[in-house]
Design a protein around this ligand. Sequence first.
Ligand SMILES: *[C@@H]1O[C@H](CO)[C@@H](O)[C@H](O)[C@H]1NC(C)=O
Ligand SMILES: *[C@@H]1O[C@H](CO)[C@@H](O)[C@H](O)[C@H]1NC(C)=O
Ligand SMILES: *[C@@H]1O[C@H](CO)[C@@H](O)[C@H](O)[C@H]1NC(C)=O
Ligand SMILES: *[C@@H]1O[C@H](CO)[C@@H](O)[C@H](O)[C@H]1NC(C)=O
Length: 406
Amino acid sequence: MSLYTLFLLSLFFTINLQVKALRSPIEIENFTRTLLNGFTPSNSPTPLPIEPTNTTSSPPPLVPALFVLGDSSVDCGTNNYLGTFAHADLLPYGRDFDTHIPTGRFSNGRIPVDYLALRLGLPFVPAFLAQGGGVQDMIHGVNYASAGAGIIFSSGSELGQHISLTQQIQQVADTFQQFTINLGEAAATDLISKSVFYLSIGSNDYIHYYLRNVSRVQTLYLPWSFNQLLVTTVKQELKNLYNANVRRMVVMGLAPIGCAPHYLWQYNSKNGECVKEINDMVMEFNFAMRYMVQQLVQELSDLSITFCDVYEASMDIMRKREQYGFKVTTDACCGFGPYNGWILCLSPEMACKNASNHLWWDQFHPTDAVNSILADNVWSGQHMNMCYPLSLSDMVKPNGEQSDEE
Ligand SMILES: *[C@@H]1O[C@H](CO)[C@@H](O)[C@H](O)[C@H]1NC(C)=O
Ligand SMILES: *[C@@H]1O[C@H](CO)[C@@H](O)[C@H](O)[C@H]1NC(C)=O
Ligand SMILES: *[C@@H]1O[C@H](CO)[C@@H](O)[C@H](O)[C@H]1NC(C)=O
Ligand SMILES: *[C@@H]1O[C@H](CO)[C@@H](O)[C@H](O)[C@H]1NC(C)=O
């Protein structure tokens, strides 16, 4: 990142903080306190009513709830409550969402977990910090994901506050405690073990840590051993979830970050060619995660877990872009500079007219159109099998039914 970009970023940060006076240090302090004491409703911004348009005629849900952990790929509003750069609560973010209102999702519309919630017969899952803390608010699931979060605690710290993976797991534990107190232990265990847990994290450990050589990490770790560090950490966190009775997990791999408009700009890409050294790291990470998930399948026999390779599925979309209906695979819809990857998406005027033509919405995040395809693939391998060994629809099938996937 050049000094000039950093300067622009800090300028934006300052303005952003001033405009949003409500995110004062006191409120941040209050937030930190609520993290420590368990969440209590405060004077935080009122959560938007986010319901799918019509659920009255839907069949009963396939699972009790969907719980989501991760980073900006699945944040649905956590960071609205934090003091950070990583915000998506202003237009044009959310302009193509169901409500056409920005929610904190880093997309023009929906994120993959929105599509998957509907597939499961559930309403959109609220952000942990946006709901009141009562069991009724959390009974269909909770989204703990926070933009900027990484597997390593300090990844993304330069952006400001975020809820790290370890903190998210702590919030899960708090939620489970609420369930146990309110529903009784047997019902809580039943709910938890039948629900789906979706984890999408790791990009920021590269974007905001390894690739920036924070704390000289590149001299301490070669890419492969850095991968191992990340994957070992995730494995431990997944085991912690297992020990809390979680039995259904979807683990997402990383997208081809080396094709993100930000890096096409930063590495002076010619003709939109992806940055190979970054994508090589992503592929190694995905390979290691997939192997780790296979190990868990063997180690924990009553665990249903699958790994979904977002890199493979995204490359398939890029290769067959016309088939999928995309025109632009390199430039972000919203941003400024080469590939619209130089400056963040800050205002509606910076956005293209039709985001559905584009793979990338902003310098790092895909469009709603891509999220929809990825969700279809996670659900049933509709366009391409990207989950190993199971698609989500197979995972949630009642016992005994076999799938007929090609
Ligand atoms: C912080 O919390 C205290 C007590 O919970 C409350 O009185 C105060 O208004 C809060 N301040 C902000 C800025 O949220
Ligand atoms: C939901 O859809 C059904 C039929 O598709 C319709 O009869 C009903 O009025 C709709 N409900 C709402 C709240 O829109
Ligand atoms: C990472 O930073 C350290 C300390 O500043 C430096 O010595 C090293 O060359 C850097 N590594 C790379 C690959 O840039
Ligand atoms: C936007 O682009 C998509 C995909 O190319 C196309 O199907 C759709 O009709 C376009 N919408 C508008 C309003 O032009």
